[in-house]
Design a protein around this ligand. Sequence first.
Ligand code: PLP
Length: 445
Amino acid sequence: MPNDSTLDILKDALATLGAGFSDLPPHAETADPATLAAVLQEVAVRLQDNYPYFHPLYAGQMLKPPHPVARLAYQLALYVNPNNHALDGGRASSQMEKEAVAQLAAMFGWTTFLGHLTSGGTMANLEALWVAGRLAPGKVVLASSQAHYTHSRISAVLGLPFEAVPVDRFGRMDMAALEARLERGDIGCVVATLGTTATGSVDPLPQILALRERYGFRLHTDAAYGGYFGLAANLGPEARAAFERIGDVDSLVIDPHKHGLQPYGCGCVLFSDPSVGRFYKHDSPYTYFSSTELHLGEISLECSRAGAAAVALWATQRLLPPVPGGEFAGMLAQCRSAALALYERLAADPRFLVGFAPELDIVVWGVRDMSARAVFEEAARRGLHLALAELPGAFFGLEGETRVSCLRSVQMKPEHADLEWQETLWRLLSEATDAVASPSGHPPG
Ligand SMILES: *Cc1c(COP(=O)(O)O)cnc(C)c1O
């Protein structure tokens, strides 16, 4: 949570920012401090109605607190409130966006590319599928049945037919099913998910690339959640092989507001071929044309975009560059270790039902002879916040078309790799499970 020492850093930086505008005649803020304080107190009370997303005991959905440097840089930028739709809307923040995006592209091995930040992964995927549709009008978009639900909706918005490809028992796109569909033809774009939202499964990118050689389609990679894991040194062999080929795709999406320590909303879309910028060409009477350089607003479907988001990302990457072997890379590896540790404990405990080991940092498990929802609620009562998911029984080695109601935990907080926190999480989960098994309070058995 914010504290006095970080607010002092903000004050000092604000003084430096202000010095750059010291030749302006003075102008006062008009709001009355007493009224401001009263409203802010009201806001603080309203905001108490939240799960503790910033705390290690919140281990449910994909929620990670922004890094303090991102929070401070974002706040500092708000005093200027730049708009990155055009260079004149925010000269410094547009330049910082270009630098930050180039660092992300470099993470995938790209030095020549086209890309920009977006309000999130959905908008970024929409831009990528929009370009795919412009290149192959009317052709089918394929993604796995575990791909993010927005792909079918985005395709509908774009007027492109969408079809789902079944997954295997690891939650990865089934290669035989993909090939069978490719043989029937009419495919414009295949979306490979590197890190599915439900289970963190990584589609087999090397095999999909081999199929692209044979069938010729556009390959988009949705790495909104998983994109940073290429930096982790402890991936399994299949996930490692997929991330090693990520630079060979046509477009990709990564969400700095998921694993990149950014506040909402910060997504990013990247294209390997910069010439797709031609599709964005527009002729707006409102755009400023003081520069001959390509405006970010000319390569983005959105017009106004928060310059503050670019500033926060730039500052974070300045402190924690997204490079192999660095501190940030170590944080990703810790998330996967935390997930593996939880998985191993679950697998060794007869109360729980597990399937495949986590490829990234998401763990899903069933509870034998008990309602997952009841355990979820008991855990929440004890301060441990998990998530729920409905998943195919095949993920848990069950035959047929069954579905399993599971618990789900994204182990993305730095503390989740800490042995003491792991112990606390496990104790709370264990107590909650026993309480459901034996509501009277007596231990089961
Ligand atoms: C979160 C997510 C999205 C959607 O991104 P938003 O930033 O929530 O719009 C898309 N794809 C995957 C794989 C995701 O995990």
